[in-house]
Design a protein around this ligand. Structure first.
Ligand SMILES: Nc1ncnc2c1ncn2[C@@H]1O[C@H](COP(=O)(O)OP(=O)(O)OP(=O)(O)O)[C@@H](O)[C@H]1O
Ligand SMILES: [Mg+2]
Length: 350
């Protein structure tokens, strides 16, 4: 009987393609620690995100491919993930932040903050390292929704660095945690820019796979400042299902184009009987933008936010929580694609 070899296994694994990156899992460098003894193989499949929606399918395909090699009796596949950075090296952030995603919309009140916190928690649940930056200095709602209102961030020994506040497994920073309660925040353009700069450069983010930035309503100073301060992976546009939302989305996408930020996808929020359903998907088609999914209009979403226990963790088994997890997976997928196609510096040929 033929002895299986590691080379034969790798050859067989080349038949398995990553559906998003359109390359085989061997060429992508996903196969790690391949060990083989007496027809029993073991290896790790290292994906580009722990939130990969098809990770179990890929594991099974890899297992079956390796098992198809003559002489193989058993194959064990471990899953792991290494999130790739979509940002250029040497960016100004304090720590290793691999992806920065703005959560935005064409108008207020559509659920940006709700989506930002729930998606952050859903990504963290998969094992990703996640931060939330509240860029809404005019009406910072993130602290309430993540249950850290009234808490102060710590300071590091150097007296300059701000340590983000831990909340349900993610790291948070918001102006709401830096000003006295109830104090009106009257920011002008330059102050806003300085505040965002501090949040990116002076906050000790350390090691983050995903930093979600909750944007203020509208399209203006904050978007411009943010895009000047940090090279964004892209933006997620939150919209409501009605046809009339189309013009708002157009404005949001126009803003992204103006500041050269790719649109990673559209989320339809508050979907259901009252506002209808399907507008988000149509809009995504119109703009040839990925449609990430829809979130139903559900009282538990609002109460979860009010109580500081977002529905993804407060009612993890609900359909709404599942909808957020689905969107988090789709978003992670788009980010992986963006990181893969990140323009690399030209190499010098001699
Ligand atoms: N799917 C949903 N079902 C029910 N309530 C929701 C849903 N999404 C958001 N809400 C509620 O709608 C209100 C507005 O949501 P949110 O604050 O997230 O919007 P926003 O776009 O961040 O608003 P702003 O533009 O003021 O920052 C909140 O009270 C929130 O709890
Ligand atoms: Mg908000």
């Amino acid at each position: 009987m033929t002895e299986a070899t590691k080379e034969a296994i790798l050859e067989a694994l080349k038949s398995v393609q990553d559906p998003d990156l359109h390359q085989d899992i061997v060429s992508l460098g996903f196969i790690k620690d391949l060990a083989l003894c007496d027809g029993v193989a073991k290896f790790t499949l290292e994906l580009t995100t722990p939130a990969c929606p098809v990770k179990e399918e890929l594991r099974e395909q890899a297992r079956a491919a390796a098992l198809s090699v003559p002489g193989m009796k058993q194959v064990n596949v471990e899953l792991s993930a290494q999130v790739k950075s979509s940002l250029p090296a040497g960016n100004q952030m304090n720590g290793e932040v691999r992806n920065v995603i703005a959560v935005t919309s064409g108008k207020g009140g559509v659920g940006k903050t709700t989506c930002a916190v729930n998606l952050a928690l859903a990504l963290a649940q998969t094992g990703a390292k996640v931060g939330v930056l509240d860029a809404d200095v005019y009406g910072p709602n993130v602290p309430i929704m993540l249950g850290v209102a009234g808490q102060r961030p710590g300071g590091a020994a150097d007296g300059k660095t701000i340590v983000p506040i831990p909340a349900h497994g993610v790291k948070v920073i918001s102006v709401g945690n830096l000003v006295e309660d109830g104090q009106p925040v009257m920011w002008r353009g330059p102050m806003l820019h300085r505040a965002l700069q501090q949040f990116l450069q002076d906050v000790l983010w350390e090691d983050l796979d995903y930093l979600l930035v909750d944007m203020p309503p509208g399209t203006g100073d904050a978007q411009i400042s943010l895009s000047q301060l940090v090279p964004l992976t892209g933006a997620v546009v939150v919209t409501m299902p009605q046809e009339v939302s189309l013009t708002d989305v157009r404005r949001a996408i126009g803003m992204c184009q103006q500041v050269k930020t790719p649109v990673l996808g559209i989320i339809e929020n508050m979907s259901g009987d009252i506002f209808g359903t399907g507008g988000g998907m149509k809009t995504a088609q119109t703009y040839e933008t990925p449609y990430l999914g829809s979130i139903p209009l559900e009282p538990s979403v609002r109460s979860g936010g009010d109580e500081g226990l977002p529905v993804v963790i407060g009612d993890a088994k609900s359909n709404v929580a599942e909808a957020f997890r689905h969107i988090a997976g789709e978003l992670a997928r788009e980010i992986s694609i963006a990181a893969q196609s990140k323009p690399t510096l030209p190499t010098l040929e001699v």
